[in-house]
Design a protein around this ligand. Sequence first.
Ligand code: G3P
Ligand code: MG
Length: 251
Amino acid sequence: MARRLPPLTRTARRHVIVIAHRGASAEAPENTKAAILRALALHVDMIEVDVQLTRDRRLVIFHDECLERTTSGRGRLARWRWRDLARLDGGSWWSPRFTGERILLASQALRLVRPPCRLNLELKRASRAAALVEAMVRCLRWTRRLRRVLVSSFDPALLRRLHAQAPRVATAVLCDRNPGRAIAQAARLGCVAVHLHKTLVSAPVVRRAREAGLRVHVWTVDRAQEAGRLARMGVDGVFTNVPDRIRRVVG
Ligand code: G3P
Ligand code: MG
């Protein structure tokens, strides 16, 4: 039986939670402190960020495999040491207003996000799976956030490793195809949720997830009408780049 994530807000009322995708990423550069602080200011229920491992095994918040799109650096992030990554500019690609915004360590992101807001750490696929999971567990223990986060991944093997080392961490399987298989995997792994791409969601899929004891969180939903339709279908949460717009519909 899948474990339940403890209540995500102080109220007992069940509602569709709003999850800021890469922070409030329509208002600030994704996965940065600025995007996280903006999402907190908008009172989202949860903030999603992407997590990767540096060459020297530090956990950083970053989406792409390579640095070019969102920083002043070049090449694959996994080949960089943290002390060099820390000097890069991760904000001016977005706007001169954000010049000087830095790549964050996962531990820094964990400390920024305070209750009742939760952090969803998405573990990106990695060739160094064992090192990635070890670093994640160490970081959650060190920051005392083991029971306060939701860790997700497209790679069920990463979640299996995580469960073996830290069974109390809430997890979710991410899915961009074959929701039936993802639901079965998530239930088998003892996850609390499945994170489905919006094109995969239908009433029968939501029902199937529920029957497996899983929450359904849907990515990435920026149109109000779409959020309303998903809420009526009974999903538990939506990831969005525009939390203020979506909260008006489902919050
Ligand atoms: O976790 C949901 C979503 O973030 C998955 O896709 O590419 O935006 O990390 P991506
Ligand atoms: Mg992500």
